[in-house]
Design a protein. Structure first.
Length: 266
């Protein structure tokens, strides 16, 4: 198999390294197409694949072409890519908010798969949802699933519109957890801990809580109730959260993120 990654920024490089780690492709068959000259020099030093320009005719030799550029850079890129592509090539886009029809029209190619990964992909613990144009054969969808699965879990969605919800829920999701952790650490500092000690308490508590969610065979409400005894310290905190409608506002915020994703992809 030959693979080209067009736009090898952070996420593009994550995929390149994952493909090599799992022997999906060899360095010799991995083409990294980059427009920025400084980035090209950095990629050459990293030695994770053959580095080239975005209009290299060799891109046409690849079985799968992954487009990992910023959405605002796509229109200019499309004019350079379009002449060297043919309809047999499978294209995987990880550009946020870029709809299948828009990519198809810009590249004159109907074999388009659209994916939405998130930042924990860097550790192989990402969550990716993907969808495909109806013209994409099932064998190419399976290949895409294998590729995207190298960075964590992935789910195929038949309804492309749901990718806006994915963007809000898991694409932006890490920032929500970072936000909560940040403020828990700040609370620890306010109560007398230095930052390192407060961070240790909060991060280990978060890690342990995640494993409880996954392994305790209890609902989230049951897990909350098990910690929040009546009249106790946890109930005191939860009372403040409920009075401030923290839960409802988290849900509203995520829905607002979904709505913004819809606006950006229009």
């Amino acid at each position: 198999m030959k693979i080209t990654i067009v736009g090898c920024g952070n996420m593009g490089l994550i995929y390149a390294r994952a493909f090599l780690k799992y022997n999906i492709v060899s360095k010799e068959n991995l083409l990294l197409a980059e427009k920025n000259e400084n980035r090209k020099q950095e990629l050459l030093k990293l030695n994770v694949g053959e580095v080239t320009v975005v209009n290299d005719p060799k891109i046409a030799e690849s079985d799968i072409i992954i487009i990992a550029v910023k959405p605002q850079d796509f229109e200019d890129l499309a004019t350079e890519l379009k002449p060297i592509l043919n309809s047999a090539k499978c294209i995987i886009s990880i550009m946020a908010g870029m709809k299948l029809t828009r990519i198809e029209q810009a590249l004159n190619n109907s074999n388009i798969i659209r994916a939405m990964p998130n930042s924990p992909a860097e550790l192989g613990m990402g969550m990716t949802a993907f969808t495909a144009n109806k013209a994409v054969p099932i064998e190419q969808i399976r290949k895409a699933e294998n590729l995207l699965g190298t960075t964590g879990r992935c789910v195929f969605l038949e309804n492309e519109d749901l990718l806006d919800a994915v963007t809000a829920l898991s694409g932006s999701g890490p920032a929500y957890f970072f936000y909560v952790v940040k403020h828990m650490i700040e609370a620890g500092k306010e109560m007398g801990f230095d930052e390192a000690t407060s961070a240790m308490f909060v991060k280990q508590t978060m890690l342990g809580s995640f494993h409880l969610i996954n392994n305790a065979n209890k609902s989230l409400d049951e897990l909350i109730k098990a910690v929040a005894s009546k009249g106790g310290t946890t109930e005191a905190a939860l009372t403040i959260f409920n009075e401030a409608q923290v839960g409802e506002n988290i849900q509203k915020g995520i829905v607002k993120a979904r709505d913004r994703s819809v606006e950006l992809s229009a």
